[in-house]
Design a protein around this ligand. Structure first.
Ligand code: GCO
Ligand code: MG
Length: 444
């Protein structure tokens, strides 16, 4: 009996939901005819999307593989390693192909390879949805909420500017706002700089990239003022969150989370770096500020320990950095068992395909928390058609088969990599360094 559990059993629908089986019965299983990469930069970030073309006319899929700081390396990983590995293989066994790609490099769980695998993984889910004539969320058991509550970014050089932006965001019906503010004479995360570009004394070398300067003390004091103003001016109803971006020494992060407790944050993000996650115990022991972490995670060990120990309240993995929809679905299910909610990473360096994958997970995961949102520019929509729509603070799936995104590949070619200016151009879209006033490098 056991070895009859063959492809025939699979294709006969024994393992599929009745609806899916009825849609697939009689359809031959598509084979991978081509694997190609769309590398485009229509709106600032370098975006990498994998396209899987099948041997069935008009049946193809797209997947997000965006690691903007090392985009070209992901392109090579797909072209040089995954393409020859995948050609001719059937598209239907997504889990099997994920495990096969994941193990094929022997060494695994890194940002470049995970993003390459994610591009293929998400493209296979797109193909299955297109084949079945239904959105990917239907393949995952269907929606358990109509839309996903989003949050948007408010920032400014001055606190008053951040407050103005926050009010504009709230006026659109958005219920959760991230607050960030510049620090005079320093380079703050998520906010424009005030004053001249702070450089290391005596370090100006022609053609050499100037390193940013950041000091945790002034940042922490200024951010506490920001949240005092936030609660006073924006009220108690609105959800307010903040991203430390791992820029505080761990001991200071414990104090900072405690000092922010009075402002009832929706969550405090990346108070610690992945290297210092043991300090979450101390933050937990000292205050009730909700904690979010995960965008920098590539390895299951990073999220499993925190989730199982209940040391975070929101898991914020960047779906393609974890390897795509297949593993991220499992992270959501693990988190659900431990009352940890999801808040998938959703900045501008996630492609519209990746944003669709985020919304899909948001709609099918009982433990959804909030979705970081980046509103698309006209140029981004010139290239990508089908970006999920936001109404009254909620993001909605586009209800089309697969991810429901079509890419105008001619338009994508109009925006090749390299449109950065200044240091970023020299660094191929990569980041420079942030240093303390004493010259030592810090996590950025
Ligand atoms: C966020 C993130 C981003 C990252 C960026 C890295 O919470 O949205 O921290 O702003 O810094 O995605 O490329
Ligand atoms: Mg962040």
């Amino acid at each position: 009996m056991k070895n009859n559990l063959s492809r025939r059993a699979f294709c006969s629908g024994a393992l599929l939901s009745p609806l899916l089986a009825s849609r697939l019965r009689g359809m031959s299983i598509p084979k991978i005819k081509d694997v190609s990469v769309i590398a485009t930069q229509p709106a600032g970030s370098r975006l990498v999307v994998v396209k899987i073309t099948t041997d069935q006319d008009g049946l193809y899929g797209y997947g997000c593989a965006t690691f903007t700081q090392r985009a070209e390396l992901v392109v090579d990983a797909v072209n040089l390693y995954l393409k020859p590995f995948l050609l001719g293989r059937p598209t239907d066994a997504i889990e099997d192909l994920w495990e096969a790609m994941y193990n094929s490099s022997y060494w695994r769980n890194g940002p470049v390879l995970n993003n390459a695998i994610s591009g293929v993984d998400q493209a296979l889910w797109d193909i299955k949805g297109r084949q079945a004539g239904m959105p990917v969320y239907e393949l995952l058991g269907g929606k358990l909420r109509r839309g996903a509550m989003i949050y948007s970014h408010a920032s400014g050089k001055e606190i008053s500017e951040t407050m103005d932006q926050a009010r504009q965001i709230m006026a659109k019906g958005i219920k959760v706002v991230r607050l960030q503010v510049g620090i005079p004479g320093m380079a703050a995360y998520g906010a424009a700089q005030t004053g001249a570009h702070p450089v290391m004394p005596g370090e100006i070398q022609p053609g050499v990239i100037q390193d940013d300067v950041f000091e945790p003390g002034p940042y922490a004091r200024r951010t506490l003022e920001l949240f005092a103003a936030g609660r006073k001016e924006l009220g108690d109803e609105v959800g307010l969150l903040h991203d430390v971006h791992e820029r505080l020494p761990p001991r200071m992060a414990v104090q900072f989370a405690k000092d922010l407790e009075q402002y009832r944050l929706f969550y405090l993000e990346d108070a610690l770096s992945p290297e210092n996650i043991d300090y979450f115990k101390q933050i937990r022991a000292n205050c009730t500020t909700p904690l979010a972490m995960g965008e920098l995670f590539n390895n299951p060990h990073e999220w499993q320990s925190l989730i199982k120990a209940g040391l975070i309240d929101f898991i914020r993995v960047h779906v393609s950095q974890a390897g795509g929809l297949t593993p991220s679905r499992k992270i959501a299910i693990l988190a659900e068992q431990f009352q940890v909610r999801t808040a998938w990473h959703g900045p501008g360096d996630v492609s519209p395909i990746g944003h669709c994958a985020n919304v899909t997970l948001d709609l099918v995961s009982y433990n959804f928390g909030v979705q970081e949102w980046t509103f698309p520019s006209d140029r981004l929509q010139e290239v990508f058609d089908g970006y999920p729509v936001v109404k009254d603070g909620y993001a909605y799936a586009n209800e089309k088969p697969g991810w429901g995104i079509e890419i105008n590949e001619k338009a994508a070619a109009k925006y090749p990599f390299g449109s950065e200016t200044g240091p970023r151009k020299l660094l191929n879209g990569g980041w420079g360094v942030v240093r303390r006033a004493d010259g030592s490098v810090i996590n950025q």
